[in-house]
Design a binder for this molecule. Structure first.
Ligand code: 5PN
Ligand code: ZN
Ligand code: ZN
Length: 249
């Protein structure tokens, strides 16, 4: 009942300010970063961790983030590189419901949406300063939820690791393919390697103290499990990642 393959699905790029990447530290200036999703092909299903941003939504609501996304960088476009369709996805797992992580959920009409119970509640009732982050609520239309909390194993070799702070119900994901080191996907609990190395949280958090504790948790899991860490929005690291259709396994 193993993990069969892991593919990184490129979702284009966005621009934010350096003070958002390194909260209260900066330096200021435009930073263009990648957004991507993770497809895990497993004997028990086809799992998609995050679904990127919806170009139309960003152009309408956050045009200042200067989205660059081709048709091939949409969820249907990326899945077609693997001869798959969004209807083949059995489980969508969102690290959290910020617009740049759930914009393609609506394509996956056959999937169960696995979600931290507290994240669904927070995204539906955001703090005033969270409203822009949670501005794409399209994930919530016609979704069939499987609500979870705490650390949990979704399928053998696919573990969800609770990493709150960036948002209330944030999950990182540890995937263990049979033939390689485990892969720890931080989600927005850590945007870049430099955030981890310098112990600086990114902005757009609900709780910066919890965010730093979750970064420590990520270090600990990576150490204990000898995992390779994959950061959510790290242009430098991303240049070294294998992208679909090339699998990790
Ligand atoms: C990429 C990005 N831009 C803005 C926001 C925000 O206001 O909350 C989260 C977020 C983002 O991930
Ligand atoms: Zn986020
Ligand atoms: Zn993000």
């Amino acid at each position: 009942m193993p993990v069969q393959a892991v593919c990184l699905l490129d979702g284009g790029t966005l621009v934010i300010d350096g003070f958002h990447v390194f909260w209260n530290v900066g330096p200021a200036g435009e930073v263009r970063f990648p957004c991507y999703s993770v497809l895990v092909q497993h004997s028990e299903g086809t799992v998609l961790y995050d679904t990127g941003y919806d170009l139309e939504h960003v152009n309408k609501v956050l045009p200042f983030e200067k989205p660059q996304q081709t048709d091939e960088q949409t969820i249907p476009g990326q899945l077609s590189l693997l001869s798959l369709s969004p209807t083949d996805v059995t489980h969508v797992v969102n690290s959290h419901y910020h617009f740049d992580h759930c914009g393609g959920n609506h394509f996956c009409t056959n999937a169960v949406t696995v979600c931290h119970a507290a994240e669904l509640e927070a995204s539906r009732n955001p703090q005033p300063f969270e409203k822009l982050g949670y501005s794409d609520a399209s994930y919530d239309l016609d979704a069939r939820y499987e609500l979870v909390k705490g650390d949990c194993e979704l399928m053998s070799g696919i573990e969800l690791i609770e990493t709150p702070g960036h948002t209330t119900g944030h999950y990182s994901m540890l995937v263990s393919p049979p033939g390689r080191a485990p892969m720890l996907f931080t989600g927005d609990a850590c945007y870049t390697r430099e955030n981890l190395d310098r112990n600086i949280a990114s902005s757009f958090h609900v709780d910066p103290v919890a965010a730093l504790e979750s970064m420590e948790r990520l270090r600990q899991v990576a150490r204990e499990r000898e995992a390779d860490i994959f950061f959510s929005h790290d242009a430098a690291s991303y240049a070294g990642y294998q992208l679909a259709p090339v699998p990790y396994r």
